[in-house]
Design a protein around this ligand. Structure first.
Ligand code: P53
Length: 491
């Protein structure tokens, strides 16, 4: 595996999100965000969402891994790995602590100046998500998050403030992280983190999700337009969780069910890329009698605010099967309609590990969208063991990443797909989004912090750190360099 040549300038790097690393949740004027009212859960249960911050509860994002104070040390380690890019988000509630102020918080803006300057010191290009599961909590309590059309205005005001401030420091932007996670509208976590609301008793969760997501795609399209009025060189992308949904069998009903699942998961990027709703979905709204607030002005704005590239996360694949009683309308309910794929193994958290699915994903999006693609997340959550010598022999992580990079390189060199870069999840250990655990580790850099918040916060390079350093140094040509004591494979 030495012959594949990737383009010069390929954006190798790593990714995190503000709320999962920064901590300092109430420092320098930061307001509470949705991430600040979620407790920690165990491996197989959901995080609790509390009414504000409650005494006696533990909120792991409040301190996270203290990147807010330790970023110079961490960015230096990223540079040592050879990062060309670093994906993070701007915590919305640092800039607009309540969300509905008219003027931004200077101390919050100043923090990201320092962070982006630190990146540029090492030639690292920031890739910045505007909204990564961290809406100001006041927008939740006062407006119901994206239930309200007003939140479009709050979001675009935030976007304008940061586009203006970082006009010459950030070139690559993403609007909403994994905007399509809320396809699984039965999960409290997805609606709360994507859209800032919870479903009320008696409400049709699917209908409310579609309304909120409509406001988000409009907000995204407006942000694209604002971005280009501020700096025509900005590259603004959409971001979806690319979890492909395969048919469980070759039964045509299963195949159609899988197609409907893919339509349901990817109408978000269809709208963000094409600038219009797919026809199946407008028919679906009518059939379901979903009377949504979608105005002619919205539709015009969607057309004017299409994205220039598509970022996506890739962790796993799904499979689905038609129900015997499925009506003609074929709907997809992600909390009920998935089945286990017997051909792929699962991680300790039950995620179906499928490297070839990444090549499929890249080809699928290339065929559908005809835009440059950016792998902005890919990785495996695993229990790591820190040795007495402060080493972590994470061969399972190296194996996961190597197999996925191989498939990405095949898509690029054999299939002709244009990929801008690869920023695996995660650059450094983070607080897991879905479980709040520190022990579901993703990083190249180990952080001494435990699920209960104990630990020194010291940083240690894992074996995968040295392995990835060599991958970047060879521009992806050498993926088999082994490191350290190695081969304590857990996978
Ligand atoms: P955690 C679901 C499916 C795919 C990706 O996830 C997901 C989720 C939400 O849990 O989230 C993304 O930490 C997300 C990151 C997150 C990462 O994947 O739940 O963009 O914020 O940490 C991994 O194991």
């Amino acid at each position: 595996m030495t012959s594949r040549t990737l383009p010069a300038g390929f954006l190798w790097g790593g990714a995190v999100a503000a709320h999962q690393v920064e901590g300092a949740y109430n420092v320098d004027g930061k307001g509470l965000s949705v991430a600040d009212v979620m407790t920690a859960a165990g491996t197989h249960d959901e995080r609790k969402i509390t009414q504000g911050v409650q005494p006696g509860e533990f909120y792991p994002n409040h301190e996270a891994v203290d990147f807010y104070h330790r970023y110079p040390e961490d960015v230096k380690l990223f540079a040592e790995m050879g990062f060309k890019s670093f994906r993070t988000s701007i915590a919305w509630s640092r800039i607009f602590p309540q969300g509905d102020e008219l003027e931004p918080n200077e101390a919050g803006l100043a923090f990201y100046d320092r962070l982006f300057d630190e990146c540029h010191k090492y030639g690292i290009e920031p890739v910045v998500t505007l909204s990564h599961f961290e809406m100001p909590y006041h927008l939740v309590t006062a407006y119901g998050g994206f239930r309200s059309r007003k939140t479009i205005t709050f979001f675009t005001r935030f976007a304008r403030a940061v586009f203006t401030r970082y006009r010459d420091k950030v070139k690559y932007w993403l609007t909403f992280n994994e905007i399509n996670n809320q396809t699984n509208y039965d999960r409290e976590f997805t609606l709360f983190t994507n859209s800032g609301f919870q479903v009320k008793p008696g409400e049709n969760a699917e209908a409310v999700m579609y309304q909120a997501a409509h406001y988000e795609v409009v907000a995204s399209a407006l942000a694209v337009q604002i971005a280009h009025s501020i700096n025509p060189d900005f590259q603004v992308g959409a971001m979806v969780a690319f979890t492909p949904v395969y048919p469980a069998t070759d039964n045509p009903r299963d195949v159609f069910k899988a197609q409907r699942a893919m339509q349901s998961r990817f109408w978000f990027s269809d709208v963000q890329v094409e600038g219009q709703y797919p026809s199946w979905l407008t028919h679906y709204f009518q059939a379901k009698k979903y009377d949504l607030d979608i105005t002619p002005a919205d539709l015009a704005n969607l057309k004017k605010g299409t994205v220039e590239y598509l970022g996506f996360s890739y962790y796993m694949s799904f499979a689905t099967q038609a129900n015997d009683h499925e009506d003609d309308q074929f709907s997809y309910n992600e909390s009920q309609d998935l089945v286990t794929n017997q051909f792929v193994p699962q991680s300790d958290w039950g995620w179906q590990v499928d490297p070839e699915g990444l090549r499929y994903a890249l080809n699928w999006m290339n065929d559908r969208y005809h835009l440059p693609l950016f792998v902005v997340e890919n990785g495996i959550g695993a229990i790591d063991h820190l040795t007495a010598d402060h080493e972590v022999h994470d061969q399972y992580r190296i194996d996961y990443l190597r197999e996925h990079i191989e498939q990405m390189e095949l898509a690029m060199t054999e299939d002709g797909v244009e990929v801008m870069g690869y920023t695996p999840w995660s650059a450094i250990d983070i607080v897991s989004a879905s479980t709040g655990q520190l022990s579901k580790r993703y990083g190249f850099i180990y952080v001494d912090r435990n699920d209960d918040g104990s630990g020194s916060l010291a940083r240690y390079r894992k074996d995968s750190f040295y392995w990835y350093q060599h991958v970047i140094a060879t521009n992806g040509a050498e993926l088999n360099q082994t490191v350290g004591e190695k081969d304590e494979s857990k996978s």
